[in-house]
Design a protein around this ligand. Structure first.
Ligand code: NAD
Length: 485
């Protein structure tokens, strides 16, 4: 059984406690590896190494030199794509196709941010200062410096990609980083650390660190450490709130990408086959364990029956099971806990009056933690199933007739990550985009963001965001210079 180590100050190390924790393959229900059970001592060692790298060399190098390391990370991933894909499938039961996409996309992500080395820039600003004779005598410019040592705290659902989402902009801008993977899925990330240690020994020590352990121990120690200048968390609203509390005394910047409850709006003039296909794909991908998934559908009354009939046919035809089976749309939930949560929230919805159109139960596949593709109707706007993140293959569908009312219902949610609109009328689409208050709106397509966009939630879905130019600037601090001559 693989024991994969932490990576601290350029060395592969076990935990200071000498303890390890098990990682389960949720499809096969067997232990596949162990990771070090790190604690605050391990977090502090990594942060001190990162702080030393920040003080000495790292931010002083040209961005292009730092970008060279990102290109090497991308190459290592591509050279080991098959092994990393298998490990990702094993630790979280992601179907093989999607796992391959995540590994490949992560390599592309490092290359993408490497490409920013000679692109990000400051601004020159006009000054109103003048000499006695009226001629201008001042230059003002805004430049950017790396924010400092960053803590990156990752979730279990896209553990490899989200790691890169934090490492790439940090490394490029000159911020040493300490990554804490989720304890549910740490192995692919730790294997990447091992590959870096073996293949890129010239990477300056302390610039990139991986520490494993619990959120309340390692995660909290990272947040509270005085040398950490920003924590970037991807995870639940609850963890985000804890990080805000832990960072309050320090008045520290946080970049929080939290949960979602995306509404999908289907208008009377929508291409119904497209809407059904894309909403089902959004809901069922990775068994619903995706932050930006369609979590609730609002369908116009004139197309409601047709939509529901076709959606039921789609869900009923969905193959799920072995992550390596070519026709599997999804595989096991990541853990017994996650399956229990999906089961419980669905049962409470049914007890409150929801009707089960299809599914509505745990599926027995002889192994793994499976839930049936499920459609619920007869749900109230203020019910738990319409307001809270399900994170499983369960879709509540609501009927609407009035435009203002459906927009109000879509916006009436503590989450504000993503949303989608299905219509063939450009005026309808444009008006809905204007009226929907979400970080992202997808039109006539599935919910999935691009690396050049900006993934940033409204309301409790987060603070700040990731990807593209704006994600890069999260890691930079401005300085305005007034130079009078
Ligand atoms: P989680 O909040 O349970 O854990 C996320 C990470 O935070 C883990 O590494 C955990 O150990 C750590 N953590 C927990 N408590 C902490 C604390 N007090 N201090 C510091 N760190 C702490 O989330 P999860 O179950 O791993 O992931 C699922 C959640 O993540 C869902 O809500 C999902 O919507 C969200 N998510 C959001 C995005 C996005 O981009 N907005 C992407 C993926 C997942």
């Amino acid at each position: 059984m693989a024991q994969l180590k932490q990576y601290i100050n350029g060395e592969l190390v076990g935990a200071s406690t000498g303890e390890w924790f098990d990682v389960e393959n949720p499809y096969k229900l067997e232990t596949i590896g162990q990771a070090p059970k790190g604690n605050a001592e391990d977090a502090n060692a990594a942060i001190e190494a990162a702080a030393a790298a920040y003080k000495t060399s790292w931010p002083k190098l040209p961005a292009e030199t730092r970008a060279g390391y990102l290109k090497q990370f991308a190459q290592i991933i591509r050279d080991n794509q098959a092994e990393l894909t298998d490990l990702l499938i094993a630790e979280q039961a992601k179907i093989a196709g999607l796992a391959g996409v995540e590994i490949g996309f992560t390599a592309s992500y490092f290359d993408y941010y490497a490409g920013w080395a000679n692109i990000y820039e400051g601004e020159v600003i006009n000054s109103s200062s003048a000499r006695d004779d009226g001629t201008s005598n001042e230059n003002i410019w805004l430049s950017y410096k790396p924010i400092g040592v960053v803590g990156g705290i990752c979730p279990w659902n896209f553990p490899f990609f989200v790691m890169a989402r934090k490492v790439a902009p940090a490394i490029l801008t000159g911020c040493p980083i300490v990554i804490k993977p989720s304890s549910v899925t740490p192995l692919t990330t730790l294997r990447f650390a091992e590959l870096i240690a073996q293949n890129i020994p010239e990477l300056p020590k302390g610039v990139l660190n991986f520490v494993t352990g619990g959120g309340a121990t390692v995660g909290s120690a990272i947040t509270k450490h005085p040398a950490i200048q920003m924590v970037s968390l991807t995870g639940s609203v609850e963890a985000g709130i804890e990080i805000i509390k832990d960072s309050a005394e320090k008045v520290m910047k946080t970049s929080l990408e939290l949960g979602g409850k995306a509404p999908a709006l289907v208008f009377a003039d929508a291409d119904i086959d497209l809407a059904v296909d894309r909403i089902a794909a959004s809901r069922l991908i990775f068994s619903g364990q995706v932050c930006n998934c369609a979590e609730r559908a609002y369908v116009h009354e004139s197309v409601y029956d047709e939509f529901l009939t076709k959606l039921k046919a789609n869900f009923d035809a969905t193959a799920y099971g072995d992550p390596y089976a070519a026709d599997s749309v999804y595989s096991s939930q990541v853990s017994a806990d996650q399956l229990d949560k999906i089961k419980a929230i669905t049962e409470r919805a049914v007890a409150a009056g929801a009707e089960v159109v299809t599914g509505g139960a745990v599926a027995d596949k002889g192994t793994g933690y499976f839930y049936q593709p499920t459609i619920l109707t007869g749900v109230a706007q203020d019910s738990e199933i319409v307001q809270k993140e399900i994170f499983g293959p369960v879709l509540p569908v609501l009927k609407w007739s009035d435009y203002d009312a459906v927009i109000a219902a879509a916006n009436d949610c503590e989450y504000g990550l993503t949303s989608s609109v299905f219509s063939t009328n450009v005026s309808t689409v444009m008006q809905a985009i204007k009226d929907l208050n979400f970080g992202e709106t997808y039109v006539n397509r599935e919910h999935f963001e691009g690396l050049q966009g900006f993934h940033a939630g409204w309301r409790k879905s987060g603070i700040g965001g990731a990807d593209g130019k704006h994600g890069l600037y999260e890691y930079l601090q401005s300085q305005v210079t007034y130079l009078r001559y």
